[in-house]
Design a protein around this ligand. Structure first.
Ligand code: AN0
Ligand code: CP
Length: 321
């Protein structure tokens, strides 16, 4: 695996889930794989879970993690090609990436979408430069369009808690005060399409995600109808993906608090589990009552971020043997 970006990069999903179970049962069993290996974990944006779980996964594999916060620990980096560098950005990605690559064996990158230029974001302009110029395997730790470590952890969590062979999983949009990326819902849709689940997406009109991630997933605009009989409710806010109207890309089309997942929403489900990738805005995305209920999986879901990251790095290290 040279890049971890799409669900297809992990290959057979059932095999990946089986490997995740093995890693979770015996996290230190592959400790010699990472001896004398280094992962550089590069952050252009804030993080709690990704920052900690990626380092923990590396340590479990015997690998040394180095964390770099761009603009705080490093020079501010220019990411646009062909510009006159007369702003406050002292160094270009074009030099910084091969330098970073020369110090490590694997690179993890967090670089959120800017939500201004759809083409720039949806071409994964920054992540692609890391892939092209580093010469090292690259893991997306939420880049412009995807968050595969999160979606893999979500799938592991669903596998651990499902009560039927083919559970109904509903991803619902929920309100948020700030414009957020589409990376989490894009990857969740992609991974649910690859998994053996009955997958439904619900959101207000205008929030249609890019079909290259949602594929043939069912879309139901009536949230209550979508939630009926759900076994898992996956809440997330995202800004306008601009599929139907590119001029609205990254904007907030609704703050309708009727979409906040509360007890009335959960009442129509099949006693569903509640999921969210975190960080979550309480009483915007989900009511206190639901997130604090025994059906909430947000903490085990976050804990599984170590497992998903470890499976990915383990595969990359095995290919270096
Ligand atoms: C980010 C997002 O929605 O993409 C990160 C989620 C893992 N969330 C926020 O910025 C609040
Ligand atoms: N879920 C997730 O990626 O969290 P962080 O943004 O805190 O890393």
């Amino acid at each position: 695996m040279k890049t971890f970006f799409h669900a297809s990069d992990i290959g057979n999903i059932a095999k990946a889930i089986e490997e995740a179970k093995q890693v979770k049962a015996d996290p230190f069993a592959w400790k010699s794989l990472g001896t004398n290996k280094t992962i550089m974990i590069v952050f252009f944006n804030s993080s709690l879970r990704t920052r900690l779980s990626t380092q923990k996964a590396a340590l479990n594999l015997g690998m040394s993690p180095i964390v770099l916060n761009i603009g705080q620990d490093s020079w501010k980096l220019e990411t646009e090609l062909g510009v006159v560098m007369d702003s406050d950005k002292s160094e270009h990605l074009r030099e910084a990436i091969p330098v970073i690559g020369s110090y490590c064996d694997i690179i993890g990158v967090r670089s959120f979408s800017g939500l201004k230029d759809r083409e720039y974001d949806y071409n994964e302009t920054i992540l692609r430069q890391f892939i092209e110029y580093s010469g090292k395997p690259v893991i997306s730790l939420e880049s412009a369009t995807v968050h595969p470590c999160q979606a893999f952890a979500d799938l592991i969590t669903i596998e651990e808690h499902k009560k039927t062979a083919r559970p109904k999983v509903v991803m619902t949009w929920a309100p948020h005060p700030k414009a957020l990326p589409q990376a989490v819902p894009n990857s969740f849709a992609e991974w649910m399409n690859a998994a053996d689940v009955d997958f439904v997406i619900t959101h207000p009109e205008g929030y249609e995600l890019d079909p290259r991630f949602t594929g043939n997933a069912q879309i139901e605009y009536n949230q209550m109808k979508a939630l009926e009989g759900a076994d898992f409710v996956y809440a997330k806010n995202w800004s306008c993906p601009g599929v139907k109207d590119p001029s609205k890309y990254g904007s907030i089309l609704s703050k309708d608090m009727g979409w906040t997942v509360d007890a009335a929403h959960m009442a129509v489900t099949n006693n569903a589990f509640f999921m969210h990738c975190l960080p979550v805005r309480r009483n915007m995305i989900v009511s206190d009552e639901v997130i604090d209920s025994p059906q909430s999986l947000v903490i085990p879901e976050a804990a599984n971020r170590v497992v998903s990251a470890q499976v990915v790095m383990k595969r990359m290290l095995e290919e270096m043997l």
